[in-house]
Structures are given as C-alpha cells and as structure tokens.
Design a protein around this ligand. Sequence first.
Ligand code: FMN
Length: 193
Amino acid sequence: MNMTPPILQVIIASTRPTRIGGAVGDWFLPIAESHDGFTVERVDLREMALPLLDEPNYPMQQQYEHAHTKRWSETIARGSAYVFVTPEYDFSPPASLLNAIQCLAKEWMYKPVGLLSYGGVSAGLRSATQLRVICTANSMMPLPGAVSIPFAGTLVNEETGVFTPDDVQGKAAVSMLDELVRWERALRTLRVG
Ligand SMILES: Cc1cc2nc3c(=O)[nH]c(=O)nc-3n(C[C@H](O)[C@H](O)[C@H](O)COP(=O)(O)O)c2cc1C
C-alpha cells in the first residue's frame, strides 16, 4: 500500500515584479504543510516563465515540442490537487494563469482545485468565478469553499513583506484543505486508466 501523501501544488499566478502574490502564497503554504493530507509543492508561474501558448499541436495531444512546455507538463502531471493563488485583473484571472492552464489539458483532468483569490473590495471573487468555468472546461473540480481575501495589499507589512490576514482566512484555508483531501480521494477513480 502506497502511504506517500498525494501532491498538492500551490500555484502562484501573479508574475509581476512587485506582486503580493508570493507573500499570499507564503502565508498559505505553512498552513497546507501542517495539514497532513498532502505533500505540498510551491509552483511559481514567474519562475516557470511560460511564453504565450507556442506549441503547434493541441495540448490534448500531449505532443509538446518545447522544453518549457515539457517541464510544465511534468510539473502539473505529478500534482493530484491544486490551489490557485490568484489576483484579479480587470475583473478576470491574470493572463499568466489562463495561459498556464491552456498550455496543457490532460494533466489537469479529474483533479480538485482550491481557489485562493485576493484583490480590493471584491476579494478577487470575479477572478475566482471565471476560473470556475475554466476549471470545469478542463475537467477539474473547483471547490465550492474558497479563500477570498479583500484589501489584500493592506495586509502586507511594508518592511517585512509578510502577508498577515485575520483568523477567518486561516480557518477558511483549513476548510478548503479538508475538502481538497476528500475530493482528491473521490476523483482518483476517474484518473485511473
Ligand atoms: C492589470 C491590473 C488590473 C487590476 N484589476 C483589478 C480588478 O479588476 N479588481 C481588483 O480588485 N483589483 C484589481 N487590480 C488590483 C490588484 O488586485 C492588486 O494590485 C493586487 O495586488 C494584484 O496582485 P499581485 O500584486 O499579486 O499581482 C488590478 C491590478 C492590475 C495590475
């Protein structure tokens, strides 16, 4: 019996040089790591540096020609669940995340997604709502329970760069992780074969 916990990938979507997304991810990561359901990996789209989709074949064919897409495919394929740490740009998810999703297809299928969104007064909810449609188009299961953080920029310490939301967000993060564990188990049957 394989006792290794499945891999949860925490995907930092923002690639801006002055982003707060890295700090938001760094707040969530220890919560995920102390949750015993998963082995946790940090995946940073800024480090991945994917160009806009430049493969000649459809992602569904998985015939990738470029090293960056092969690396991205191998990364996402080993994940069994994801958390998208996403800002809201123009009421939408950032282009970096859309592109990263659309560069692949099968690698995402039948895996649950937790949405950790942040923004101004809207807490990134319009971004998260659009992501629900995009996730289901790729046979991912976006969880109903999410973490939604308003006025996120005000929660970053100017000197240390550390992001500190209140306890409500920490509790929402744990609930989301609990649900990710349940859905990951349930979806395993669909990922066989
Ligand atoms: C191009 C752009 C568009 C934005 N549009 C929105 C928006 O529609 N709603 C919102 O709440 N905040 C919006 N913002 C503010 C971002 O939520 C805020 O800057 C946040 O810190 C961005 O995340 P990041 O720093 O991790 O990139 C926008 C920011 C940028 C750069």
